[in-house]
Design a protein around this ligand. Structure first.
Ligand SMILES: [Zn+2]
Length: 168
């Protein structure tokens, strides 16, 4: 979604929930305002191109929790072109491998919430560690403080860059 200067000014100080309730996509609004809603995401970014944006989550449910969002606005995967959905699944597979390897978790859960009137299509990859109980409660583990780990972030970046370069 592209938002005009007037819309941006009008809703500038709204929370993500209030934007959503007023028919404004918080993700698109955040991009249009250089991070006014969710803060500066540049330190969380693992990979981006013309189709997708891959980020570590700023308030993770477990270390290594990340998301893949589309660049263009789609409500959910039913609206996105097949090639985007296929790409997201291919990247999800790679990130599952990389997150297990780099963070040492046992499993990586995949979910895509599409709630709210102005959802922006994204998938979440949530690690479950060996000491954590199995099951669906992993999808709603308490949010934690994001701990910046440059080494792990750079490893994720290197792995996905290598994947992209070898799968053109
Ligand atoms: Zn959007």
């Amino acid at each position: 979604m592209k938002y005009s200067k007037e819309i941006i000014e009008k809703y500038y100080n709204y929370s993500a929930k209030d934007l959503n309730d007023n028919g404004i996509c918080p993700t698109c609004f955040n991009r249009a305002t250089n991070g006014h809603v969710f803060g500066d995401e540049s330190k969380l970014r693992i990979y981006t191109d013309k189709d997708i944006d891959c980020l570590l989550t700023g308030n993770p449910r477990a270390p290594g929790h990340m998301m893949i969002a589309t660049i263009d606005h789609y409500h959910d995967l039913s609206e996105a072109p097949d090639y985007i959905n296929e790409k997201i699944i291919r990247f999800t597979k790679q990130f599952m491998i990389f997150i297990k390897e780099i963070y040492g978790c046992e499993r990586v859960y995949l979910c895509s919430m599409c709630d709210g009137p102005m959802n922006h299509y994204h998938v979440q990859l949530i690690p479950r560690y060996k000491n954590e109980e199995r099951g669906s409660k992993n999808f709603v583990k308490p949010r934690q403080e994001y701990v910046f780990d440059e080494t792990k972030l750079n490893m994720l970046k290197d792995r996905i860059k290598n994947y992209v370069e070898t799968h053109k």
